[in-house]
Structure formats: C-alpha cells, structure tokens
Design a protein around this ligand. Structure first.
Ligand SMILES: NC(=O)c1ccc[n+]([C@@H]2O[C@H](COP(=O)([O-])OP(=O)(O)OC[C@H]3O[C@@H](n4cnc5c(N)ncnc54)[C@H](OP(=O)(O)O)[C@@H]3O)[C@@H](O)[C@H]2O)c1
Length: 287
C-alpha cells in the first residue's frame, strides 16, 4: 500500500557481526562506502546487494515491498555485519524517486546500481496502456532522474560509479516486447553516452546487458524462459567491469546470444528476436 502511493519508508539496521570481506578492496576504495541498489528486493538487484554487502559496503536497499526489503536487510546484517538502509518507494513515481533521494541525501553514496525494472510481453496494442507507460516511468524516467542526481553528486566530488541495467533486447527492435526493448535501448544509449561524458569527471558508468536471467522478471512479464542464467552471474561480472568497460554482457549466455546477433544486420536481428519471442511471449498472443 505504501509503495503504491509512492511513499518512502526508511529505517536503519544497526551494526552487528562485523564479518566484512576485504576482497571488496578495489570497489570499496573506488565507490564506497555507501551503495544505493534499486530493485533490491528480488533477482538481479538482490544479488548486487548481497555482493556489495559481502564486500563491506553500507547498502541502501530500494524497491516497493518494505517487508521483503526488511528481511533482506536482516539477512545481510547477520551474514556480513555493517549497515543497511531500507527505502520502500515506488520508483515509477516522482514521489518515490524523491523519497529515495531524500533518504540518501546525507549519506556518502559512491555507487548507484539502478536495477529496478520490469517488462511486458505480447503485442503492444493488446497490452494495457497503463502497464506500457508505467514501464517507461520506471525503466526510463525514474532511472534517468536518479542517474541525474547521483551523477551530479559524484561529479561534484570527482568520485563515483553508476551501473545501469540494460539488456540483450536493447540492441534492436523486439516484436512482442517492443516497448520493453525500447526502454532498454534508452538505458543502453544513456549509459554509453554518460560513460564518455563523465569519465573525465571521476565517474565510472557501465551498462550491464544480460540475456535471460532466472528472477521475478519472467513471471511479471508473462514470459516463459527455457534457458536462463542465475542472477549472481550478473552482479559479479558487472562489478568486475565497473570502471573498466562501457558495456558488459554478463555470463556465457548473454555473450553467446549477443555476439551471435551482432553478426547480423539490424533487420536480421529483429527477425531472429521475433522468432525467439514467439516462443517466450505470453500464451494466447499468436499474431
Ligand atoms: N531477468 C532477465 O532476464 C533480465 C534480462 C536483462 C535485463 N533485466 C533487467 O534487470 C533488472 C532487474 O530485473 P530482474 O530480472 O531482477 O527482475 P525482478 O526479479 O522482477 O526484480 C525487479 C525489481 O524491481 C523492483 N521494482 C519493480 N517495480 C518497481 C517500482 N515501481 N518501484 C521500485 N521498484 C520496483 C522489484 O521490487 P518490488 O516488487 O518490491 O518493487 C524488484 O526488486 C530490470 O531492469 C530488468 O529489465 C532482466
């Protein structure tokens, strides 16, 4: 309920068992001490939160479901010690974005991982227009606003990192996921541009472009994913690439699919994706 109204809820979990993994050295030195992870209640965002807590970051966990986030905060605290902050907010709304910015204003944030997002599947004109626009609000508008604010803060102190969740589908049009693919093309282009724009100002930006990943994504999009990788593969590979690459294709599957598609002209890629989505898109849509 709170989340639906875009209201932020913020609370702190105290320090407990200090088992900080010092292998987080490069990341913690470059992008610590506080990391903001959106979409931290599930899938890819959750794995980023776990990986960053393991490396000694104070992680700010943001998504809509307060209770789920509280459970994750308790898990991270028990396993790694250190501090977590929960911000329950609907990041598809300006109020939700503002709540997250306000909750983190006084913190020494050095890393933003923008993983909150969702997709739809099926023919665009048969889907709900509210869902399609809500997807733009979350995947593009909310992400852009958070990126703008944190990028300015990081540029001001000439230090910081930004991870934007793009996708394999963001490199061409995708029939039966047309609007979702378009939101990811936006994220990919934004990340590429900002990578070059901000690198001279001490800010690293990386686009992470996974292929199919087991998470809550497929159920919400009404898709069936046969072959998919674990979300852990995305977090680890992306954090390794931060500060070193413009785009990372995490895991063997995204590399294999990405480079296979890259051999084709753009119109050919669209046709291949039409075939792929024909098998994955929501049952009941055949045109
Ligand atoms: N899974 C894949 O195959 C795949 C492939 C390429 C890229 N991606 C991208 O990876 C990112 C993470 O997806 P995932 O696979 O981890 O899916 P997921 O398991 O469904 O996680 C989505 C996350 O976004 C949060 N979220 C959804 N709507 C929100 C809203 N309005 N406000 C705030 N948070 C919201 C969800 O939390 P709440 O429900 O608690 O709000 C959840 O934490 C997305 O941007 C997705 O497009 C996924």
């Amino acid at each position: 309920m709170l989340a639906r109204r875009g209201v932020g809820l913020c609370f702190f979990w105290g320090s407990a068992v200090p088992e900080i993994d010092t292998s987080g050295g490069r990341l913690l030195r470059g992008f610590g001490p506080v990391a903001v992870v959106t979409g931290a209640s599930s899938g890819i965002g959750l794995e980023f939160a776990r990986e960053l807590a393991r490396r000694g970051f104070h992680v700010v966990l943001a998504a809509r479901r307060a209770e789920v986030l509280a459970g994750i905060a308790a898990e991270l605290e028990a396993r790694h010690g250190g501090r977590t902050t929960v911000v329950a907010a609907d990041l598809a709304t300006p109020e939700g974005v503002r709540a997250l910015l306000a909750a983190t204003e006084a913190m020494d944030v050095g890393l933003l991982v923008a993983a909150a997002g969702f997709g739809t599947s099926g023919p665009f004109i048969e889907n709900s227009v509210a869902d399609e626009l809500g997807m733009i609000d979350l995947n593009c508008r909310g992400l852009a606003e958070l990126t703008w604010h944190f990028a300015r803060r990081f540029a001001g102190k000439r230090r910081g990192g930004i991870v934007l969740l793009s996708s394999l589908v963001g490199f061409q049009g995708v029939p039966k996921a047309a609007n979702y693919a378009a939101t990811k093309a936006y994220v990919q282009a934004l990340a590429e541009g900002l990578h070059h724009e901000l690198k001279g100002r001490g800010v690293s930006v990386v686009a992470s472009a996974p292929g199919p990943i087991h998470s809550g994504f497929a159920a919400r999009a009404g898709m069936v994913m046969g072959l998919a990788q674990k979300p852990e593969a995305v977090a680890a590979a992306t954090l390794r690439a931060l500060g070193r690459a413009t785009t990372v294709r995490p895991g063997w599957l995204s590399k294999f699919l990405g480079w296979s598609l890259a051999l084709l002209p753009r119109w050919g890629r669209v046709r291949v994706m039409a075939l792929v989505m024909g098998g994955m898109a929501r049952a009941g849509h055949s045109n």
